[in-house]
Design a binder for this molecule. Structure first.
Ligand code: NDP
Length: 242
């Protein structure tokens, strides 16, 4: 059995990534924070396509919850390891810096930076021992160019981009790759309220992307064929920003 863990796997991009990795014969550990029904639905869809998975409910910003979930999984699977980690969970709480509340800053930064540390640090050890691992971080065009009204989100994603590049240099020799995927506008709950008909005028390809398109890229980065790609940030944004 090969295992992959996807944070924020209950909905949106994370769900599509779970389905993609299941097609690649991974048993997928579907993390989510609170939405049991949507997480069950992801698991159902995986099973419908002949794959397998497990639900793993925890808040990625809570160190204790993460370590207890990982510990329980390891106790139940003493001979297995999680070879693919997709740090995908994310939220946005947009505001102009002038009006930004401390909570809007810290919650958006924490889910990215604390989440990355709490998951990646414990799972890395076995990847290094086994000499194969894939860490894929979901960032954003905002982390590359910065977006007005998203100073918090841009800082969080920019931080993960730098962490991706640094960690890739630490672990490359052990065949563990670390990359980031930077989507533009993708049709998920996160872009609810953003008018596609208005914004598509600014996107060369003329539309928002679909979660499955991002998942295909993640699938490639997780594959053996991507062994020589590490420390990269790969944009998938319809030409919005190059
Ligand atoms: P969604 O809002 O559709 O889904 C968010 C997912 O994250 C859900 O599964 C949710 O779980 C989970 N989640 C939220 N908070 C936590 C937490 N504290 N602990 C664990 N899981 C949590 O988001 P998208 O699919 O749109 O976004 C996925 C990633 O892609 C994010 O990192 C986002 O920043 C990034 N991205 C998205 C873009 C877009 O246009 N959609 C563009 C660029 C980047 P639950 O269902 O339980 O709430």
């Amino acid at each position: 059995m090969k295992y992959a863990l996807v944070t924020g796997g209950s909905r949106g991009i994370g769900r599509a990534v779970c389905l993609k990795l299941a097609q690649m014969e991974y048993t997928v550990l579907i993390n989510y924070k609170s939405n049991d029904a949507e997480a069950e639905q992801t698991l159902c869809l995986i099973r419908e396509q002949g794959g397998n998975g497990e639900l793993m409910k925890f808040d990625v910003t809570k160190a204790e919850m993460v370590s207890s979930a990982l510990r329980s999984w390891e106790e139940a699977h003493p001979n297995d390891y999680i070879e693919v980690l997709v740090n995908n969970a994310g939220i946005r709480k947009d505001n102009l810096m002038l009006w930004m509340e401390e909570e809007e800053w810290s919650s958006v930064v924490d889910i990215n930076l604390k989440g990355f540390f709490y998951l990646t640090q414990p799972l890395l050890k076995k990847m290094l021992i086994k000499r194969f691992g894939r860490i894929i971080n979901m960032v954003s065009v905002s982390g590359l160019k910065g977006t007005a009204g998203q100073t918090n989100y841009s800082a969080a994603k920019g931080g993960i981009i730098a962490a991706t590049k640094a960690l890739a240099q630490e672990v490359g020799k052990k065949q563990v790759t670390v990359n980031a995927v930077a989507p533009g506008f993708i049709r998920t709950d996160m872009v609810e309220g953003i008018d596609e008909s208005e914004w598509k005028k600014h996107i060369p390809v003329g539309r928002f992307g679909n979660p499955e398109e991002v998942a295909d890229l993640v699938g490639f980065l997780a594959s053996k064929q991507a062994s020589y790609i590490t420390g990269e940030v790969i944009s998938i944004n319809g030409g919005l920003h190059t």
